[in-house]
Design a protein around this ligand. Structure first.
Ligand code: GLU
Length: 514
């Protein structure tokens, strides 16, 4: 038998912004497809019109684009097996549900939502809180299995709304192999007669999902663990539709857990603990509430993707930094874990920091030039990048120090109080006088002058360096001061010295007066 072409689909419902767990599902599908020379399909599962949220589909597409998860087929793209929006496939499903009724595996159900609600209430009162429409209760409900032939015909004649439910067999084990969890067995006594086709003529998720996976020739269904309980129903649908021979393989991905490991990560955890749970910022179309996004917080999409890859998968060695191409070549479902993956917001930052460090200064300078409010050359920005790189987590932090671009306005009062002493001004004056004489104004020679100077004066570094740093940057700490001096250049260094050493000395004298 020839090997089946790998075709996977990411099938989100446009019910709001895509949570990072959704992007992880998309990512694993993408990696699996690319690793196996397969196709990555985007299918929009919008059968539930009541839950449709304006802008959600666009959000999904933009989020995939930002993460560079390029789709091969999707709405408006290579639609020979489309359309890829379920709402546009409405006429397709009817035929299959009719087939299921015909073969006795599905039936008409006339119960109204009020009647169903009433049943649930009654059951609750009788201390059976989880009432289900199933092999036992269906006999006392209004459906084509319990009602007489005349009554059914009567209801059809009156055009009474009716749904179609799957007819669960009694006491049968449904077995299937999950690529991540191994064999899963569920007894049909624990399953209910789910609605597969609604009175409004739309299929529900279960039927649409199975029919579409079949028609789109999907070879592997890779999705979140929350769909594992639905899988046995899907297996039965494949069986009843006689598609078992082309049934896709299933892989249910582990949950993404809260940082403390207690339960599934939710939007509220992000709000509470101050990290985004969405790839891109999202404004709720109704409440106008804004949820933060990784992109807007300054994360590189590469590091976001790298971080997500590790939420459930690992390469089996200690390598953690991966480009997308490396992820593609290393990825396999065998290395996806069964147990939930704890999300660690600090680790997310760490990934960004590492990706930042792995970029060249010229790449960083290009990014910086977009945000920099000062007119400087990219060459200059490259040097700022070099100095700031090791201290930054996000690329905008490379521009967080104004002293690279102009003399400071605010200064660090604590450092001034602690470090500016009675003899500071004479040390500073003498040091700058010596500096004036050096031939090559670079960090090495400056450092040399500095070292000889403190040696001769028999003072520690701490008696002079903080004062110099205050004068030149207004700060108590930062990257190598000698390198900063080289970057600023002799003229600027001397100007700041003239202006700021007197400024601090005056402050010092005023302070001593009082
Ligand atoms: N529409 C489902 C969701 O929103 C897709 C589940 C599946 O992949 O089968 O997650």
């Amino acid at each position: 038998m020839s090997k089946r072409k790998v075709r996977v689909r990411f099938a989100p419902s446009p019910t709001g912004p895509l949570h990072m767990g959704g992007i992880r599902t998309a990512l694993y599908n993408y990696l699996f497809a690319k690793k196996n020379n397969g196709d990555f399909i985007l299918r929009i599962e919008d059968t539930d019109q009541n839950r449709y949220v304006e802008g959600a589909e666009e959000y999904i597409i933009n989020a995939l684009k930002w993460c560079n998860l390029e789709i091969d087929e999707g709405p408006g793209l290579n639609e020979s097996k489309g359309p890829f929006r379920q709402s546009e496939r409405k006429p397709i499903y009817k035929k299959y549900v009719d087939q299921l009724v015909e073969s006795g595996n599905a039936y008409y159900a006339f119960d109204t939502s009020e009647e169903l609600e009433k049943m649930r209430e009654l059951a609750k009162k009788a201390k059976m809180p989880n009432w289900q429409y199933n092999t036992i209760t269906r006999n006392s409900m209004k459906n084509s299995l319990s009602l007489s032939k005349e009554e059914i015909e009567n209801r059809f004649a009156k055009n009474e709304p009716c749904a179609i439910r799957i007819k669960m067999p009694r006491d049968e084990d449904v077995r299937f192999y999950d690529e991540i969890r191994g064999w899963v067995v569920v007894n049909t006594n624990n399953m209910d007669d789910k609605v597969i086709f609604k009175a409004d003529g739309m299929p529900t998720y279960h039927l649409a999902n199975v029919v579409d996976d079949y028609l789109m020739e999907v070879s592997h269904v890779i999705r979140g663990e929350e769909w594992l309980p639905s899988a046995p129903l899907h297996i039965l649908l494949y069986r009843y539709l006689n598609w078992e021979n082309v049934m896709p393989k299933f892989a249910h991905l582990p949950l993404i857990l809260k940082p403390d490991g207690n339960g599934k990560l939710s939007k509220r955890d992000g709000d509470r603990l101050g990290f985004p749970v969405f790839p891109l910022e999202w404004t709720d179309p109704v409440s106008k509430e804004i949820s933060s996004g990784y992109r807007e917080k300054g994360y590189f999409s590469e590091s976001f993707v790298n971080m997500l890859a590790f939420l459930g998968w690992n390469p089996g060695n200690s390598k953690e930094l991966f480009t997308i191409d490396e992820l593609i070549s290393e990825f396999s479902l065998e290395r996806v874990g069964k147990s939930g993956a704890k999300f660690d917001p600090e680790k997310a930052k760490w990934f960004n920091q590492q990706h930042l460090r792995s970029k060249s200064n010229s790449e960083l300078a290009v990014l910086m030039s977009k945000d920099c409010k000062y007119k400087v050359s990219n060459d200059f920005l490259e040097k700022v990048a070099e100095l700031m790189k090791e201290r930054a987590t996000f690329h905008h932090e490379l521009l967080s120090e104004d002293y690279f671009f102009k003399s400071f306005e605010d200064y660090d009062q604590k450092t001034f109080r602690k470090k500016w002493k009675i003899n500071s001004i004479s040390l500073v004056n003498e040091f700058f006088a010596e500096l004036n004489t050096i031939e090559l104004f670079n960090s090495e020679s400056i450092e040399n002058v500095f070292k000889l100077f403190i040696e001769r004066k028999e003072i520690g570094m701490g008696a002079l360096l903080p004062c110099l740093r205050l004068i030149l940057t207004g700060k108590g700490m930062g990257p190598s001061l000698f390198s900063i001096m080289e970057l600023l250049g002799e003229e600027e260094v001397m100007n700041r010295f003239k202006e700021k050493s007197m400024f601090f000395e005056k402050l010092f004298l005023e302070k001593s007066d009082t």
